[in-house]
Design a protein around this ligand. Structure first.
Ligand code: NAG
Ligand code: NAG
Ligand code: NAG
Ligand code: NAG
Ligand code: NAG
Ligand code: NAG
Length: 336
């Protein structure tokens, strides 16, 4: 018996494995075993924190710890092939731990997998310097090995850096610029995009929209005039937060769009709509220039029209009177 146990220890307890996952993403913790019947699988942390169990050919969730409810899966078609890997979705920092994968068939074994959760915080930033616009893409990580940032101008690759931070200058505002950040440790790719939208020259409205947002997103809207930049509004899944100055003029017609109405000369400047989603971020800029002259001209035109309308009775009443006098004169001289 002792000999059997020793052999089991030597041959079946494998070395610990380290798996790195990304915050809010999914990860697979690997665990394989020699295929056998009547598999019993327990993924446990420590002695008694059950992540997921499997026996009688199905998942058993009665003892599942509340921290993992709705976030775990085994690959049930793979189990008969000796694959007891566990998927954990929507990773949290608190998921960092050593997981024990126990599998019992005719024999039994336990593997130890250590999960690390990293937050790469990929981002794209913009900055005007000497009248040119600089875009910078970066990632915040201590494991910078192999991180690659690639730049595209109208989908054409223009620069590639093995670095955690890289900049590119917008040479032509009619083109679109993109950066992708590839992080090999978590095998994830993130994209930042920049573009300039059609300028607005009339007293229309302007929208910061997120047409393709379907999961978690976060948008921020800024107004920049000269060197001064202010936040107009921000929005995520919950209600938008609108700065008091713009409260009366911003509509939130649907859960992804913000619209600023009644643009006037004082709204001239740059509008910057920044949308962050899980794997990408979009920066869209719109120049608004509404000249005060046009506005005055229009106001004048309007008041001219009003004046003419006011004059109408003064013209019609005397005309009517003259007409009546002429008629009366005709009546007074019936013989002619
Ligand atoms: C186990 O299954 C998962 C999901 O299909 C797969 O990603 C993983 O590579 C498999 N592991 C092995 C050792 O086959
Ligand atoms: C990078 O992440 C670390 C730890 O999460 C944080 O302390 C630091 O402020 C971050 N740096 C930047 C530039 O975001
Ligand atoms: C990125 O690559 C470009 C061109 O290859 C180079 O000029 C630039 O210095 C690099 N930047 C960094 C941060 O390595
Ligand atoms: C900017 O790009 C547009 C669209 O490709 C092109 O028509 C225009 O000539 C470019 N301007 C400059 C200054 O290169
Ligand atoms: C969100 O959109 C992406 C890409 O368009 C798609 O792959 C994904 O399935 C969508 N998610 C939902 C919940 O609709
Ligand atoms: C958001 O507004 C834009 C107009 O800029 C419109 O085209 C789009 O359909 C709107 N999105 C939704 C989801 O209604």
């Amino acid at each position: 018996m002792v000999v059997v146990f020793l052999i089991f220890c030597i041959f079946e307890v494998t070395q610990g494995v380290i798996v790195v996952g990304e915050l809010n993403k999914n990860v697979i913790l690997p665990c394989s075993f020699t295929p056998g019947d009547d598999e019993v699988i327990h993924w446990i942390i420590g002695e008694d924190k059950y992540v997921i169990s499997y026996y009688h050919n199905k998942d058993q969730l009665e003892n599942q710890d509340k921290d993992y409810v709705g976030r775990t899966a085994l690959f049930n078609n793979e189990i008969s092939k000796g694959n007891a890997s566990l998927q954990i979705r929507n990773l949290r920092k608190s998921d960092e731990n050593t997981y024990n994968c126990y599998v019992g068939t005719r024999t039994e074994k336990t593997e130890y997998i250590t999960l690390q959760v990293i937050d790469l915080q990929q981002t794209m930033e913009y900055k005007w310097d000497h009248n040119s616009l600089h875009l910078t893409c970066s990632v915040n990580t201590s494991t910078s090995v192999g991180i690659t940032i690639t730049w595209y101008e109208n989908n054409q690759e223009v620069q590639k850096n093995q670095s955690t931070k890289s900049s590119y200058i917008v040479r032509n505002e009619s083109l679109t610029y993109q950066c992708t950040i590839y992080s090999p440790t978590v095998q994830s790719s993130w994209t930042g995009s920049w573009r300039m939208k059609e300028p607005i020259m009339k007293d229309d409205s302007i929208t910061c929209d997120c047409n393709f947002c379907n999961g978690t997103f976060n948008s921020k809207w800024y107004f920049k005039k000269g060197t001064h930049e202010v936040e107009i509004a921000s929005m995520d899944k919950s209600l938008p937060v609108i700065s008091t100055e713009y409260k009366d003029r911003i509509d939130n017609l649907n859960k992804h769009n913000l619209t600023l109405r009644k643009l006037g000369p004082s709204d001239s400047g740059n509008y910057i709509c920044v949308i962050k989603m899980e794997q990408n971020m979009d920066i869209e800029m719109t120049a608004v220039s509404i000249s005060g002259e046009n506005e005055n001209h229009k106001l004048n035109a309007k008041s001219h029209r009003k004046r003419w309308i006011l004059l109408v009775p003064f013209i019609l009443v005397p005309l009517g009177a003259i007409f009546k006098i002429l008629k009366d004169m005709k009546k007074a001289r019936p013989n002619e």
